[in-house]
Design a protein around this ligand. Structure first.
Ligand SMILES: [Zn+2]
Length: 274
């Protein structure tokens, strides 16, 4: 593995964890491991959701993390002044906590999901959600969703995909012109990641295979045609802290200090065709 999956610059070995070598780009800082989409296609089975394979667990009754509705509403505000909004979630997982929230809070919106896990997809369908099963880049899914969505979002999802450019390109195609994509993920350039080194909990291969930096995010979405790309250097735990403490300026301070494990991304597809 010699070049960066985001910007093609040379990579160097960063560290090894769970028996996987993690490489960092010498230019944009992106972290990657040497697995393909094919290698991990059977990874997301029942035992994954039971917490046997990664630093993650999710049941059918999982409630949304308290910060998630706040994060989602903030992003919905960017795209939807009225009813009739089409929303697509990537990777809701077994419990689909935001799917349940959408159904309760925004029943007028058209919600659908793309889910890589057959096990999770079946459970979501059983609850009446519209689900496209498989990868985001599946040609039939792109065709069905082509220019259909006002908002496409995924929380803690893009770090699971080993093909950033095809992923972002597929999202672009599924957005209406003027639509937005919103994601949360880890920031391997943040101080928490730097201080923790190998102990950083977010380094979790082979579940997490792509480790973003703010510059990697900007290069990726810019290359795929997105016109406005905003990176906020805080994740769900600092949003939660803001909601609990009501401390003014806490999110701005977190963003400026670059201390958080997580970051929030918003990328808009321009009104004009590229
Ligand atoms: Zn790079």
């Amino acid at each position: 593995m010699k070049s960066c999956r985001i910007c093609s610059a040379p990579v160097r070995l960063y560290l090894t964890k769970h028996g996987y070598e993690i490489f960092r780009c010498t230019a944009c800082g992106f972290g990657q491991i040497n697995v393909t989409a094919h290698d991990i296609e059977d990874f997301y089975d029942q035992s994954y959701f039971q917490g046997e394979k990664a630093h993650f667990q999710q049941g059918l009754e999982t409630e949304p993390h308290p910060a998630l509705p706040f994060w989602l509403e903030h992003n919905l505000d960017r795209v939807c002044p009225s009813n009739g909004v089409q929303v697509l979630e990537i990777g809701p997982g077994l419990g689909g906590p935001l799917a349940g929230y959408m159904r309760k809070t925004h029943p007028e919106m058209d919600y659908a999901a793309i889910e890589i896990s057959g096990y999770a997809a079946e459970n979501l369908r059983r609850r009446g959600f519209r689900v496209f099963e498989g990868r985001v880049t599946h040609p039939a899914t792109i065709e069905s969703c082509f220019e259909r969505y006002d908002l496409i979002f995924g929380t803690e999802v893009i770090e699971h995909d080993p093909e950033p450019h095809p992923f972002a390109q597929a999202v672009y195609k599924m957005l209406k012109p003027g639509g937005c994509a919103a994601f949360t993920t880890g920031n391997i350039d943040g101080w928490m990641a730097r201080w923790s080194g190998q102990k950083w909990y977010y380094l979790d291969p082979p579940a997490h295979v792509s480790y973003y930096t703010p510059s990697a995010v900007k290069i990726l979405f810019g290359a795929e045609g997105f016109s406005t790309i905003q990176v906020r250097r805080y994740g769900l735990s600092y949003i939660n802290l803001k909601l609990k403490t009501h401390l003014p300026g806490i999110l701005l301070a977190t963003h400026l200090s670059n201390i958080s494990t997580g970051m929030s991304i918003l990328a808009r597809r321009g009104q004009q065709e590229n």
